[in-house]
Write a protein that binds this ligand. Structure first.
Ligand code: GDP
Length: 326
């Protein structure tokens, strides 16, 4: 087992921007051990007053859309042109390898991963979506305490993980390919509705015209959606991560969004709502964990499961019987 420190030691290190301590604290957050969880909560509680001041940006898109290339280019832009410190976290419940998604392939985010102004943390391996979501939320807080001003949360745009990411970020950016069609890209309408901005990727070479056409098409499509309660109308732009074009425009869109939502109160309201959502989610998860960890449940679950399978007991009666055990 890795070395553990006192909560103060983690807190001191994180607040001083010590990346090794930040990494270690995130490891605690990701741990399944009860003692690690307790230690993590103590650290989080102590750093909490120093958090909340970053811009949290969710980035999604189907595999092949150019997510990692984009994050590398846009990340470098944010660091170099905007002078910000950047943390990149990932939500990928499918990643089983240790090292997870973002660094799974060595060529991904080559320059960001060695940039001292960037902190990259892959998705924790071998966890359920709920587990990944929780550790990512807590990791955001730890990164903020360590002085990271912009946080990217990357997710693969194919499942429920976008909804989870949307619930923990201020701004949601959807990457799309030109000319592939929504259905081909597996992008569901609900995801488009969540987007605060859409960026058409790979707008370079012979692809430029197609990308421009796609931009117009998506911008029109977005006009058909009801106005969001933020008062923000989602923007569509084109970019090329290979040629570093269009990145400034996307950052400008983020800033415009922040300006609008911070002045009309939506930004704070959304953060407060998200906090409450995190609380309820934490309660739900913890109840579930406790339920399945209870000795009596462990003993009786297999038998009752068989009874339900064989049709000898209704699902509701079975659930009620099990719930009575705890
Ligand atoms: P991901 O699966 O969404 O992370 O996509 P990658 O970043 O791995 O990119 C998928 C492929 O698209 C790779 O072959 C990239 O070289 C290519 N690609 C990514 N960004 C661009 C771009 O801006 N222009 C062009 N022409 N190709 C790109």
């Amino acid at each position: 087992m890795a070395k553990r420190f006192s909560p103060d030691k983690y807190v001191e290190g994180i607040l001083a921007g010590d990346r090794v301590m930040l990494s270690r604290a995130i490891t605690l957050v990701e741990s399944r051990l009860h003692s690690d969880q307790e230690l993590a909560q103590e650290v989080i509680n102590q750093v909490l007053p120093r958090t909340g001041r970053s811009v949290r940006i969710g980035i999604t898109g189907v595999p092949g859309v150019g997510k990692s290339t984009f994050i590398e280019a846009f990340g470098n832009y944010v660091i170099q042109e905007q002078g910000k410190k950047l943390a990149v976290l990932a939500i990928d419940p499918t990643s089983q390898r240790s090292g997870g998604s973002i660094l799974g392939d060595k060529t991904r985010m080559e320059s960001l991963s060695v940039n001292p102004q960037a902190f990259i943390r892959p998705s924790p391996a071998g966890k359920s979506l709920g587990g990944v979501t929780r550790s990512t939320r807590e990791s955001i807080i730890l990164c903020e305490a360590a002085g990271f001003e912009v946080i990217f949360v990357e997710t693969v745009g194919v499942g429920q993980s976008e909804t989870a990411v949307h619930a923990m970020v201020d701004f949601f950016l959807l990457l799309m390919l030109a000319g592939a069609g929504d259905e081909l890209q597996g992008i569901k309408r609900g995801i488009m509705e969540m987007a605060d901005a859409i960026a058409i990727t790979k707008a370079d070479g012979s692809n430029v015209d197609k990308a421009k056409a796609a931009r117009a098409e998506y911008q029109n499509a977005l006009h058909l959606y009801p106005m969001a309660s933020s008062g923000w109308l989602p923007k569509v732009s084109t970019c090329s991560a290979l040629q570093n074009t269009g990145l400034d425009k996307i950052w400008q869109t983020v800033e415009d969004y922040l300006q609008l939502t911070q002045s009309n109160g939506y930004f704070d309201k959304k953060r407060r709502d998200q906090n409450l959502q995190w609380m309820y989610e934490a309660i739900r998860q913890s109840l579930e964990e406790r339920f399945y960890a209870a000795q009596q449940v462990k003993e009786q679950l297999p038998g009752i499961t068989d009874e339900v399978k064989e049709g000898n007991k209704s699902a509701f009666a079975a659930a009620a019987e099990l719930l009575k055990l705890v």
